[in-house]
Design a protein around this ligand. Structure first.
Ligand SMILES: *Cc1c(COP(=O)(O)O)cnc(C)c1O
Length: 401
């Protein structure tokens, strides 16, 4: 005899939910990238070589940067930027609590001290007024992060740097392409670091680019490859020789030609990617701005936004649930999401090393508690976008206070 199965009801069983999970940020890879990789693998050169050089040249042309160095991550780019500028023990670097942890980690790597300055409540970028308060005789550099792709308020930051003789190292992991007052990110500060990590606007799986003045970029190039004073890849080519000299104890951050081959194709597709990102942002904004439980992202009039992330903010006083539960509810409806970022000073290493308290950076902590990053990438179909909107709207309705 067959006993009928008990009628188990899970709370999410009755939810209108899409059939398949919508991932937060998958890479947009076409057959073109696949072919470029295969072609590189079949060529005579697979690590740093002609493709990497070409990627640097095309990236320079695209951003207008005077010099470019391709590396294997944005973290590596930031690290060699600090090394090339001679920043080390006893020096302070001012950055934002609202960033991925590597912005602070690289300062530790060179033995310098990260100093945090709180963020602006609208853009969530570092606040120039807070930066001014943190400058001491030991400050050597500012490290602004163009959060979500919205450029930091660069004018006052560059003015402060000039007045105090500081370098500006921009973390532009989210800001390809973006512009401030009509000037492309990558052309403003002393050095600028981009990321080509798998989730970023342009990906090489892992990768990064440092831009800046050619002499400085050349110094960073030395630091990025063992401190060898000539192009290592040329050593093994027909015109190369076996001789090289090591002039400083460099790292190993070079980009492979396999990665550069992906990057070259992605760079040609980037404008199309960005157009799709802007469309999706407009659709999200139109759907979410009428809802008083939600706050849509800011875009100031003098910037071109990179739209790496769509960061929605919850007005928690209008909801009966917190951000963590909101994410669970999205997941129950098969929608992936994320949080950017857990502020630097809340991580145990930094909390313990510098005695930082949550309340030391009240804007960052307050905003962190109510931010959710929704899927924003060129692979989203119109149906996907409306599924995200339906899910968010349903949750807001169900849990409205
Ligand atoms: C992704 C990211 C990085 C690190 O990039 P990698 O290429 O993975 O090293 C740095 N800063 C921010 C703000 C990021 O989001």
């Amino acid at each position: 005899m067959n006993t009928p199965l008990p009628n188990v009801s899970h709370s999410s069983a009755h939810l209108p939910r899409r059939a398949e999970f919508l991932p937060f940020s998958p890479p947009s890879i076409s057959e073109e990238e696949v072919e470029a990789v295969v072609e590189t693998l079949r060529s005579e050169w697979i690590t740093t070589g002609p493709k990497t050089r070409q990627f640097e040249e095309e990236f320079a042309a695209y951003t207008g940067a005077p010099g470019c160095l391709a590396v294997n991550s944005c973290t590596g780019a930031l690290h060699v930027a600090l090394a090339a500028l001679g920043i080390g023990p006893g020096d302070e670097v001012i950055t934002t609590p609202m960033t991925f942890i590597c912005s602070a980690n690289v300062v530790e790597h060179v033995g310098a001290t990260p100093v945090l300055a709180d963020i602006e409540p609208d853009t969530l970028c570092i606040d120039p007024a807070r930066v001014a308060e943190k400058i001491t005789p030991r400050t050597r550099a500012l490290m602004p992060v163009h959060y979500a792709g919205h450029p930091c308020d660069m004018r006052p930051l560059l003015d402060l740097a000039k007045a105090h003789g500081l370098h500006v190292i921009e973390d532009a992991a989210h800001a390809l392409p973006a512009a401030y007052d009509g000037q492309r990110i990558g052309t403003l500060g002393t050095l600028t670091a981009f990321s080509f990590y798998a989730t970023k606007n342009l990906t090489t799986a892992e990768g990064g680019m440092l831009t800046g003045a050619p002499e400085l970029v050349q110094q960073a190039r030395l630091w990025s490859l063992h401190g060898m004073n000539r192009d290592a890849w040329k050593r093994y080519s027909a015109e190369g020789s076996w001789y090289y000299e090591v002039v400083l104890p460099g790292f190993k951050y070079n980009m492979t030609d396999i990665a550069a081959a992906i990057g070259l194709v992605q760079l040609r597709r980037l404008e199309m990617f960005q157009a799709r990102r802007r469309d999706i942002v407009a659709t999200y904004n139109a759907a979410f701005s009428p809802l008083d439980a939600l706050e849509t992202p800011t875009q100031r009039a003098n910037v071109e936004h990179g739209w790496h992330l769509y960061v929605l903010r919850l007005n928690l006083d209008r909801l009966t649930i917190d951000r963590a539960r909101f994410i669970e509810e999205l997941k129950a409806r098969n929608i992936g999401s994320s949080v950017h970022f857990i502020p630097v000073h809340l991580h145990p290493y930094y909390r313990e090393r510098y005695g930082w308290q949550a309340g030391d950076y009240p804007v960052a902590v307050g905003e962190y508690r109510r931010t959710i990053s929704l899927p924003l990438h060129p692979r989203l179909s119109d149906q996907d976008v409306s599924d995200v909107i339906d899910a968010v709207t349903a949750i807001v309705k169900q849990f409205r206070r």
